[in-house]
Design a protein around this ligand. Structure first.
Ligand SMILES: Nc1ncnc2c1ncn2[C@@H]1O[C@H](COP(=O)(O)OP(=O)(O)OP(=O)(O)O)[C@@H](O)[C@H]1O
Length: 703
């Protein structure tokens, strides 16, 4: 748009002068308007005996007005002079014609000559202005180019020419940034003529070929800082074929600020934002899908506001590495204490999966009612997820296949999965489904299409059942052949358009490290949700329900620990009376907590639980790490207060006061806990009468 036109637009918007001195006229209409105007004034003026000086005054004002308007839009001196002269000549003729009569041949002839003259002058001024603008653009581009280094200048010139030839678009290059990884560069482009980035994106494949980029490298156009700008990412080194190890920084993450899943070809981390979105990860066998699931679980484990629930009907294998090392006591915290599993619940059977989905639905639906006040106070309809009210992320391995299965049992699961996806976004329950293929039947489901906008396709070179067009609609130029490596593929989210990416490679020792490093960080299910989830949730680590985890993982400590010839493998279920004699105090405690939970939820005894509440055998799954898991959050908070009270100790009233606001706990309840803790040795009562107080056993005087 010319500067004159821009200025004109601006004047329209502002409440500026009523007379638009910069009003647009072409050379012909301008000349016509001037001559007919002058003629009309001269004839009317002559007929009404108007003083001729008026016409001259109007002309002078016109010349002045146009000059001021021209100066404001920085017109050239030449243009200003032409316009002012046109006004003055017109006014001069009108004055003369009014005194000598406008309807003479001399008057009319001279007016025609003046009209042609004004037209020609205006045309020449317009041409001059256009040339001036073009020159200014060229100077600007030259300046930009001068600011770039020689190498960047060369890159910029090369791409200006290539885009012009292939896309038939003229672009200005505003910047060239070479990536620190050395794997390519980005160009900041401004396509001319109101063209947007997608016109360049359409030609991605042709541009990559023309630039002779190596296999696995692309030239991908994406949106720039505004709609008139484009960022063109050009990969020159194929980083997809090399392994990309999971970073060894296990720092705290949040579902609100994004969970990193891998890297783009430019070395940038690509994150999934799952507060409101569900995710779909597609990968045929051997593509690196299991590894990707572990990378996803690692991110969830590191988040302080996420509870991960995993369903894997393939014997729970996706979740086991996150559970077994902790349950078997193979991983210890820094202080040598047992650690909590890296995920919060693992379902490996159809029944357990149903229980989990029912619990998720109960939590979500109850949160809707119970947190009404909180939502009103926060003035939002999205539950404010935090470490206190965590997001539940349900990872369902091969969940997409469950959704399209015709099997009766699977259909039952599918119905509940879809209910979770459909109803619980606002209440902080989202899903990550994996699928073996990006086929029509998987993506045909409206709920997946609508709610699952975080999408990953791990191709591993597999073209069968890999419809990238369906997985990433509207994104052109993505081809499976660009990522023929394990763990490599495409990822797209609402925040980051689909493009090549490589999943981090995570190894079993890192899973153990992350389990240990994040043990204290995992949130607990808020009390409101825990109540809704009920005993099914509270007893998820019960021996009867976790026995299957050992069914197919021979215990390598079995022989070492049981010289007396105890049966290897299923130690949890093998609760023989003899083994039960060697019960650790912590396991005894666990049994007591279970009984308490029963009382709290007023449940009848679980038919799956052994008739006598026997603790797990010594040397079996080390459930002591889960002691706190089975308490109510209020009870855990009370225990934390007891610990924090150090050697001074504390009392029931003080603890109840501290918990009243958040949990509504009364003194009587705390008295009960303190009594239990004194009995089982967790707390020690010291002093008598009004001096009586409780200290944690770690701070007891004789400890
Ligand atoms: N991100 C990655 N980077 C490098 N190599 C990887 C990556 N992911 C997987 N691999 C390699 O691919 C192999 C298969 O990976 P994985 O078991 O995750 O695949 P899968 O798709 O789950 O296959 P299957 O379903 O057969 O188990 C791994 O043993 C590893 O060597």
């Amino acid at each position: 748009m010319s500067s004159t036109a821009t200025a004109k637009k601006k004047q329209h918007v502002s409440s500026g002068p009523v007379l638009d001195w910069a009003a647009g006229h072409g050379p012909v209409t301008g000349a016509l308007s001037a001559t007919t105007g002058a003629f009309a004034v001269a004839t009317t003026g002559a007929a009404t005996a108007m003083p001729p000086g008026w016409a001259l005054a109007v002309g002078a004002a016109g010349a002045l007005g146009h000059t001021v308007a021209g100066l404001r839009v920085r017109n050239a001196g030449r243009t200003l002079a032409t316009r002012a002269a046109s006004w003055l000549v017109g006014a001069g003729w009108t004055t003369w014609a009014m005194t000598h009569g406008p309807l003479t041949w001399a008057a009319l002839g001279s007016l025609a000559a003046i009209g042609v003259g004004i037209g020609a002058a205006a045309r020449s001024a317009a041409l001059y202005e256009e040339a001036r603008e073009e020159e200014a653009l060229a100077v600007e581009q030259r300046q930009l180019m001068a600011e770039l280094s020689a190498e960047r200048r060369e890159i910029a010139a090369e791409w200006i020419e290539r885009i012009k030839r292939i896309c038939r678009i003229t672009v200005r290059v505003l910047g060239v940034e070479q990536w620190e990884t050395g794997a390519g560069y980005s160009l900041d482009l401004e396509p001319q003529g109101g063209i947007t980035y997608d016109r360049i994106a359409q030609h991605s494949v042709a541009l990559s070929a023309d630039a002779k980029l190596p296999h696995g490298c692309t030239a991908t156009a994406g949106p720039g800082v505004h709609q008139g700008r484009t960022i063109l990412d050009v990969t020159t080194v194929n980083v997809l074929k090399d392994d990309c190890p999971y970073p060894d920084d296990y720092g705290t993450l949040s579902v609100l600020t994004g969970l990193p899943w891998g890297v783009r070809t430019n070395g940038e981390t690509v994150s999934a934002y799952l507060r409101e979105q569900c995710a779909l990860v597609v990968g045929p066998t051997g593509s690196g899908k299991t590894n990707m699931v572990h990378t996803i679980l690692a991110g969830f484990a590191r988040a302080e506001d996420v509870l991960t629930w995993v369903i894997d009907l393939n014997a729970g294998s996706a979740g086991l590495p996150w559970v077994l090392p902790a349950l078997k006591g193979e991983v210890k915290g820094e202080d040598g204490k047992p650690v909590r599993p890296g995920i919060d619940w693992l379902a490996g059977t159809h029944e357990e999966a149903l229980t989990m989905l029912d619990a998720a639905l109960a939590v979500g639906l109850h949160r809707k009612k119970a947190y009404q006040d909180l939502l009103a106070r926060a003035n939002t309809d999205l539950l404010p997820v935090s470490a206190k009210i965590p997001q539940i992320l349900l990872v369902i391995d091969e969940g997409a296949e469950i959704l399209v299965s015709t099997d009766r049992q699977m259909k039952e699961l599918a119905k509940k999965i879809l209910e979770v996806i459909r109803m619980l976004r606002a209440m902080g329950v989202r899903t990550v489904l994996t699928a073996l293929g990006a086929t029509g039947s998987v993506l045909g489901n409206l709920m997946i299409r609508r709610e699952g906008k975080v999408r990953v396709a791990l191709t591993g070179g597999e073209t069968e059942g890999m419809d990238l067009g369906k997985l990433f609609p509207g994104r052109r130029g993505l081809r499976v052949e660009q990522a023929p490596y394990k763990g490599a593929g495409f990822m797209g989210t609402p925040e980051s358009p689909a493009g090549l990416f490589k999943a981090w490679r995570i190894l079993p020792n890192q899973i153990r490290e992350i389990t240990a490093a994040t043990s204290d960080r995992h949130p607990r299910l808020d009390e409101i949700s825990a109540r809704a989830a009920g005993p099914a949730y509270a007893r998820r680590w019960d021996t009867a329900r976790t026995a299957w985890m050992h069914a197919h993982t021979p215990d390598d400590h079995a022989d070492r620990s049981s010289g007396s010839g105890s049966v290897p493998g299923l130690r949890l279920s093998a609760l023989s009376g003899r083994e039960a004699e060697h019960v650790s105090p912590e396991d005894e405690l666990l049994a007591r907590f279970r009984a308490e939970i029963d009382a709290q939820f007023a449940t009848t005894s679980d038919p799956n639980t052994p008739a006598t509440e026997q603790p797990p055998a010594a040397g079996g799954l080390n459930l002591s790490a889960l002691r706190g898991e089975q308490d109510s959050p209020a009870q855990q908070a009370a225990l934390a207060l007891l610990l924090a009270a150090d050697t001074d100790g504390t009392g029931a009233s003080a603890i109840a006061r501290a918990l009243a606001d958040e949990y509504g706990t009364n003194r009587q309840t705390v008295v009960g806990w303190l009594k239990d803790w004194s009995k089982d040795g967790t707390a020690v009562r010291i002093g008598e009468g009004t001096k009586a107080r409780y200290v944690h056993r770690d701070h007891a005087p004789d400890n």
